[in-house]
Design a protein around this ligand. Structure first.
Ligand SMILES: Nc1ncnc2c1ncn2[C@@H]1O[C@H](COP(=O)(O)OP(=O)(O)OP(=O)(O)O)[C@@H](O)[C@H]1O
Ligand SMILES: [Mg+2]
Length: 1076
């Protein structure tokens, strides 16, 4: 914990928060393995793309590199399909409500009511005066206590009636056993009472009370519910919500009440503190001490590291200046960001946006923070994949923590700017800030931050990373202070392996390394041949008792290495946690509809698995969980794992210094080895980079050179960067004059780095040219006066005051492209395709619609298997073949391709490829089994899953595109449905469960089969019961599922409540009644 190296570097920002005046601004594997076969070469290219973060990918036979789970979504913009008109929603609800069987209705109402009242209780925490609050609660407590006791000891029939069948079974067993063993052992009773306690806490107040009611009571209740049912839903909702609002605080134990009173008191004190001064006088960094308790309880964090304390108490942080901080991997950066977010939510009462790089990490964070939200009274909202509303729901009391991927974060910021709500965002946190230098996603991150800086002077920005080098540029861009330290709680030792010698990386040594030891191993001749790099020797030094990750350059290599290692592991490894491993295999089979990958079938019994984007997200999740709990001790993986979910290891082995064919970058190397030795889990960590002689020199440079610089991709990513930015600046009216747009550009990271990045043209020229291009494309229109000489002038370097005033507005096509977040490279093709579709859309099947929403960029990278294409084509019905003919693909062409004949006629390859991918998606929607489609098209299932996600995303984008163009009104209803189908691609009954963060298809099926059929079921579930009734569900996961479900139900209930109120409110602009 040496903080000696810690330093605070404050730069006097070149620019202050307010922009400067324009004048100022103007001034490998084994050698053999690394020689790729044709097949492997292609795989490597994908990996390369993946490493570069490119959204483009090779397909079919050359499956995409992206890990679907960690793949970014392009679900960029407004999910209006989720926001049908309120009236329609209320109508809908009313219909559903009428159809609900009485008991279910009752159940749902109770659950919702309870959560609402909890919600209100939480709201009250921050607004009620302490005295009356305590008083009220004490009364309540005494009144309700007896109800508690009854339920927990012996759940009554009515209670069981409300529970899912598996829980009923469980309680029945419990009851039977307690009857059987009249005198239970103390232990059993203890267990019972602890489970009772959980039930008290988990079950809604009304459900708890229920067992006390006698039949008469219940029938009365039913009669009144009948009456209620006859009322309109609107009335019902209104009265239910009003009752809730006035409801007494639900029963909780006295300690809990006291704690809550205390919490409320502390929040008030903290609020006042924040309002009145910047001194930290709150019990826990201005926050209630409950926050500290939660960290101990939920994360096992007892005390902050010294650097965390220093950082949190920096003057600049207290003054809410923008901040960048950088520490080694595993340094504990997240905690600092979380405390600052909680301060913003609870004390300053503003919303917070946290941007994370991958969908999987967003989901992990949602699960981790939902509990905090429930306990402390704020919403945690997911903006990833197809989830998230634009603009977000306006909350009355509680604040929201939006956790978003880069694209979704951008959409959210756009929607807040558009609705004039950007200042409601108090804080934006960007994790892995170095992503700003990664292709189009980096460009999107940069424009998001630039827009916030430009439009909201009160929104604080905080960025963190372990791999930053040119911090000065980022500081200048974000006008931020900088904090850095070399602290790492668990020492990480870096080693290099050359032949059978191991060297320790040592910056003081002459060539950067010192000899450490010789590898101790006894290899048979066969093993020597199969494992020339001594992987078996290296991994067996740590497994099975400690965990090990082996990073491999390609996906194929991951599988090969896993199999090779398993071939040579002793039989003893089979015995280690044998039963649990069998369970994993069973579970894998069950989530894969009876299928099992043959490689995993061989490796899992030895505690080994591979992990890459060829697996479905369900499979990956299961393997990750098994690895985290130590049942699997070795994962062979690609570089995506380094940036993906948090999977630490005692030893990390880099099988070769390559990602695909590219030599490792320093930042990639750092991220990979950073998985070794995580705080709280390992006491030590080590990394071993395996080197061939030929790579030695380059590797020595790698370990000693500084990290790579972050450079802006805003201009390089032309259609997805600067053009998209300009379109949205004008569309959102952030800047509409040439001068303002130029001014905006000067404030971006690109603007800061223009001297390095611009060689031939100036920033002014680039700005003018991009605007010209957008105008020529019909996406923008320039406003009158200057048209004559203005942008039509050839010399774009010409700059005058007059030019500064030159203004633009967005055309309909421009708005549609911007709202649909369509890559501008494809917006005119999309328009043409949709227009053509209007002339003869085949609606006999979904194929034509699917074709229209198959992503162009993936299609352009696809490489069909012509034999399969031909076979599938022939199986199409005449109507389906008609779709092919309409879009311009003939059977003749595919037949010729399949038989390898030369084709004279020029055919649009992109169309043919696009139809091929449409056939894959079409099969998927018909069969819903990724496995069978994967077999049929000979494509990796992970690829098919990514394709599906991308198609769902694009379908939603096309929908928003159509919404802006009257001529395409007919597509709207069709695309709403198609998007839903593509998004879930499961049986309708699983959809409500899959809405809960972290519940994927396999888990949803298990839960459904166990009787958990709705969100309310999950929100009211007892995690202890869940782990006993659902196979392979850890306590941690069960708790996360329940708290995420609670959070979601809570959000939905509150949203409904708000909508009802909005609906019943007299409009502010209601015309005054004229006096007669
Ligand atoms: N004060 C603390 N005491 C104990 N454990 C801590 C503390 N702070 C953080 N940790 C734990 O350390 C681990 C690593 O922290 P975290 O994920 O924040 O690292 P990081 O700096 O973000 O690393 P990376 O750059 O790899 O993402 C986590 O498991 C976290 O719970
Ligand atoms: Mg981190």
């Amino acid at each position: 914990m040496d903080e000696g190296t810690s330093r605070i570097r404050r730069r006097v920002s070149v620019r202050k928060r307010n922009r400067p005046s324009l004048e100022i601004l103007f001034a490998a594997p084994t050698a053999d393995e690394l020689k790729p076969s044709d097949d492997q070469k292609e795989e490597e290219e994908e990996e390369e793309e993946m490493a570069a973060g490119s959204p483009r990918r090779k397909a079919v036979g050359v499956p995409p590199a992206e890990n679907n789970d960690s793949e970014e979504d392009m679900f960029g913009d407004y999910d209006s399909f989720a926001e049908n008109s309120l009236i329609a929603q209320v109508d809908d609800l009313e219909q559903k409500y009428m159809q609900l069987p009485e008991n279910r209705k009752h159940d749902t109402d109770l659950a919702t009511e309870d959560l609402c009242s909890e919600n209100i209780r939480n709201n009250q925490l921050s607004i009620t005066t302490i005295g009356s609050f305590t008083e009220l609660k004490t009364d309540e407590h005494t009144k309700k206590q007896s109800g508690h006791e009854d339920v927990s000891i012996k759940p009554g029939a009515d209670l069981l009636y409300e529970l899912p069948s598996s829980q009923v079974l469980y309680f029945e067993n419990l009851q039977n056993s307690s009857n059987e063993f009249g005198n239970q052992s103390t232990k059993e009773r203890d267990w019972n009472s602890s489970s009772h306690k959980t039930i008290n806490e988990e079950l809604p107040q009304n459900s708890i009370e229920q067992p006390q009611q006698n039949d008469e009571f219940s029938s009365k209740d039913r009669t009144s519910s009948d009456v209620n049912r006859r009322k309109s839903l609107k009335d019902h909702l209104k009265s239910a919500m009003t009752v809730n609002a006035k409801a007494q605080i639900p029963i909780f134990s006295r300690t809990k009440q006291l704690k809550e009173t205390h919490l409320s008191e502390e929040i008030n004190v903290a609020k006042k503190t924040i309002e009145s001064s910047s001194d930290d006088v709150g019990p826990f960094y201005s926050l209630p001490s409950k926050v500290r308790d939660l960290y101990v309880q939920l994360k096992g964090i007892e005390k902050l590291y010294e650097w965390q304390h220093t950082c949190l108490t920096l003057n600049s942080v207290q003054e809410r200046k923008n901040l960048i901080y950088s520490l080694p991997t595993s340094g504990g950066k997240t905690l600092v960001a979380e405390i600052l977010m909680l301060q913003e939510l609870l004390c300053r009462r503003k919303d917070v946006l946290m941007i994370l790089p991958y969908v999987a990490i967003v989901q992990e964070k949602i699960s981790g923070l939902s509990n905090f939200g429930i306990e402390l009274g704020f919403f945690v909202e997911e903006y990833a994949g197809s989830k998230g509303r634009f603009p977000p729901i306006k909350r009355r009391e509680k604040k929201s923590l939006y956790i978003a991927t880069i694209e979704k974060g951008h959409g959210l910021v756009n929607s807040l700017i558009e609705t004039g709500r950007i200042s409601s965002l108090g804080l934006v946190v960007v994790d892995e800030l170095h992503m700003i230098a990664e292709g189009s996603r980096g460009a999107v991150l940069e424009m998001t931050l630039a827009k916030i800086l430009y439009t909201s002077k009160t929104t604080q920005i905080i960025g963190m990373s372990a791999t930053l080098n040119n911090v000065g540029d980022l500081q200048e861009f974000l006008q931020a202070e900088y904090y850095t330290s070399q602290f790492r709680p668990v020492e990480l030792k870096e080693y290099l392996k050359i032949n059978d010698a191991i060297y320790e990386v040592d910056s003081k040594a002459e060539n950067g390394m010192t000899f450490s030891r010789l590898l101790n191993y006894k290899y048979s001749d066969a093993l020597k041949k199969m494992d020339p790099d001594h992987l078996v020797a290296l991994v067996t030094e740590v497994i099975p008792n400690n965990s090990c990750l082996v990073f491999c350059p390609t996906k194929k290599n991951c599988e090969n290495v896993a199999e090779m290692i398993c071939k040579f592991l002793s039989k003893d490894y089979l015995k280690h946690r044998e039963k649990e491993k069998q369970e994993i295999i069973k579970n894998l089979k069950s989530i894969c509809s009876g299928n099992l990958c043959p490689v995993l079938k061989r490796t899992i019994p030895l505690g080994v698995a591979y992990h890459h984007s060829g697996l479905t997200s369900d499979e990956r999740k299961l393997l990750e969980e098994a690895y985290s709990t130590g049942v699997l001790c070795l994962l062979t993986c690609t570089s995506t794992l380094a940036a993906g979910v948090n999977l630490p290891a005692r030893r990390v082995i880099l099988r070769a210094p390559y990602v695909a064919k590219e030599f490792l970058k320093r930042s990639q190397y750092k991220q990979m080895i950073g998985r070794a030795g995580r705080a709280g889990i390992d006491s030590a960590g080590e990394s071993i980079l395996i080197l061939q002689e030929k790579d030695k020199q380059q590797a020595l440079e790698l370990i000693s050179r500084p990290l790579e610089n972050c450079y802006s991709h805003l201009v390089q990513e032309f259609t997805k960067g600067i053009q998209t930015l300009f379109l949205s600046l004008i569309g959102l009216k952030i800047a509409t004059h040439l001068g303002d747009i130029y001014h905006f550009m000067s404030g971006t990271l690109f603007g800061v780095q223009q001297k390095i990045l611009l060689k031939e043209k100036s920033l002014w020229e680039i700005t003018v040219e991009s605007l010209k291009y957008l105008t020529e494309k019909g996406l923008l229109q320039n406003d009158t006066i200057l048209t004559e000489k203005g942008l039509t002038q050839k010399d774009s370097s010409y700059k005058s005051e007059e030019w500064f005033q030159y203004s633009f507005h967005i055309t309909k096509l421009g708005r549609a492209s911007f709202k649909g977040t369509i890559d501008l490279a494809y917006c005119d093709i999309l328009y043409r395709d949709l227009q053509k579709g209007l002339e003869g859309l085949v609606l006999e099947s979904l194929l034509h619609l699917i074709y229209l929403t198959t992503p162009y960029d993936i299609a352009s990278q696809c490489d069909p298997d012509w034999m399969i294409y031909f076979k599938q084509f022939n199986q199409l019905s005449p109507a389906e073949q008609n779709v092919a003919a309409l879009v311009g693909v003939s059977e003749n062409y595919i037949g010729k391709k399949a038989s390898g004949q030369a084709i004279k006629k020029t055919v649009d390859k992109d169309i043919v490829n696009r139809l091929y991918l449409s056939l894959v998606l079409y099969a998927l929607l018909k069969e819903t089994s990724i496995w069978s489609v994967s077999e049929k098209f000979n494509m990796p299932r992970g690829y098919i899953q990514s394709l599906l996600t991308a198609a769902a995303t694009f379908s939603c984008c096309v929908l928003h595109f159509c919404e802006e163009l009257e001529e395409f009104w007919v597509y709207k209803a069709l695309l709403v449905e198609l998007t839903k189908k593509l998004t879930y691609c499961v049986k309708a009954e699983l959809i409500p469960l899959m809405e809960v963060t972290g519940v994927l298809k396999g888990r949803a099926k298990q839960l459904y089969n166990a009787g958990y059929k709705s969100l309310a079921h999950l929100a009211n579930a007892n995690p202890e019961v869940l782990i006993k009734t659902i196979d392979h569900l850890s306590r941690r996961q069960a708790k996360q599922i329940v708290s995420s479900a609670k959070m979601l139900l809570n959000e939905k209930a509150e949203a409904l409540q708000e909508e009802v109120e909005e609906l019943l409110r007299l409009p502010a602009d209601f015309p005054p009644v004229e006096k007669a």
